[in-house]
Write a protein of this length. Structure first.
Length: 243
């Protein structure tokens, strides 16, 4: 099998990473792996099993849950946990608030890291690529987004992008997305969404294991004033320059 062109996209929450990564993957015919969704799915499985991940006494149980969770990406942007479609459930605020405990567990990270690398190399189903044609060659690849993809998971990725955006703009984007999904059921205010984002950013940046950090060789893309279409075009250009 020919080598995959691997695109690592990292950045804080609601920076436009996931939407950009997903649509970019669609445009290039690449697979898409949402690494955050894998941490979200493990957090959901803990909740469904009645395990509180914030209780340190449950550390081994949380690891066992991660080990046994079957997480797959059957189609672009859809997430399955043990055969169930959990794409919407994992976006709830009660998942988001508890995820830092799961994401800072080194054993959970190791378990998910192995799966993420195997998927990126095309060894596990979940992110199939049809690719695009350049100079009569088929270029296949994968887009993976997260916090530590360029630094820890795929340090040799063919392209690394670090997305940043102003926190108020990110909060507004996340708020709009929650409103779209939950409509009148949405309880949080824009200020609360912003506070949650800041707290999670701080936890992601300052944790000792795999913190959110720009890789030395990553390209920084500030999306504060870019549309999704402009973000995709910017990264697409970077890909074409490199193949
Ligand atoms: O990207 P998303 O907001 O879905 O990620 C949710 C959380 O999962 C992040 O705040 C972070 O704590 C964790 N995460 C991580 N490493 C990744 C992706 C996500 O620790 N590669």
């Amino acid at each position: 099998m020919s080598r995959m062109f691997r695109i690592a996209i990292d950045g804080p929450g609601a920076s436009g990473k996931s939407t950009t990564a997903k649509l970019l993957a669609k445009k290039l015919g690449f697979g898409y792996i949402d690494s955050g969704a894998m941490f979200r799915a493990v957090t959901l499985k803990c909740q469904q099993s009645g395990i509180d991940p914030s209780n340190i006494a449950n550390k081994d149980k949380v690891t066992e849950i991660a080990q046994n969770a079957k997480i797959q990406f059957p189609t672009l942007g859809q997430v399955e946990l043990d055969g169930q479609n959990v794409s919407n459930l994992i976006r709830n605020s009660n998942i988001t608030r508890n995820i830092s405990q799961v994401a800072s567990n080194p054993d959970v990270r190791n378990i998910l890291a192995k799966q993420q690398r195997a998927m990126a190399n095309g060894e596990l189903p979940g992110a199939q690529s049809t690719g695009f044609i350049k100079h009569d060659k088929i270029i296949k690849g994968v887009v993976m987004d997260g916090r530590d993809i360029g630094t820890v998971i795929l340090p040799n990725a063919e392209l690394k992008v670090f997305i940043v955006a102003d926190v108020r703009i990110r909060a507004q984007r996340r708020f709009d997305e929650l409103k779209r999904r939950q409509g009148a059921n949405l309880k949080e205010t824009l200020d609360e969404v912003e506070r949650d984002l800041e707290e999670r950013d701080l936890a992601d940046r300052t944790r000792s294991i795999a913190p959110l950090k720009k890789a030395d060789d990553a390209v920084v893309l500030d999306t504060s004033h870019l549309s999704i279409e402009e973000q995709i075009t910017a990264i697409e250009e970077m890909v074409y320059q490199r193949v």
